[in-house]
Design a protein around this ligand. Sequence first.
Ligand SMILES: [Zn+2]
Length: 163
Amino acid sequence: MKFLTDAMLGKLTRFLRIFGYDTIYANDLLDFYCENPVQDKNLKEYALLSNRLVITKDLPFYNEIREKAILLEGKGVYNYLDQLKRMLNLVYDFDIEKARCSVCNSMLVKINDKNSIKELVKHETFKNYDEFFQCNNPSCQKVFWNGPHIADINEKLRDEVNY
Ligand SMILES: [Zn+2]
């Protein structure tokens, strides 16, 4: 299942990616379409061509593409994750091997020699962790590890999403 999220859903986009869901964010397409914001008709076209389900908070936009979209209500990322779980049976099991880059949606690769990313993370992080992953997009290269932020997310999910 692949998604296209609207411009109001940046935080949700990052969460979906770290849980391994292939998610393109409307604002990632600003350069592609050379417009800001990207018009609904272009988002609709992109979603159809790339076979993505649109996730939106915008009722008029939702009404245009109902059969290919999910309308979220209320606010807060855990609330949105809960709604998506109910509607689509999504599973939020963090597995760094399946995670996608939260910044650019690319796949991650495991780092064999952690010295190669030494300059890219804080000293403490480098010292405390041995397993690192890196975004395989050459223009991004963000580094990921299974740190305490992941435990925080999992705990919040247990509390706030019927999980
Ligand atoms: Zn990336």
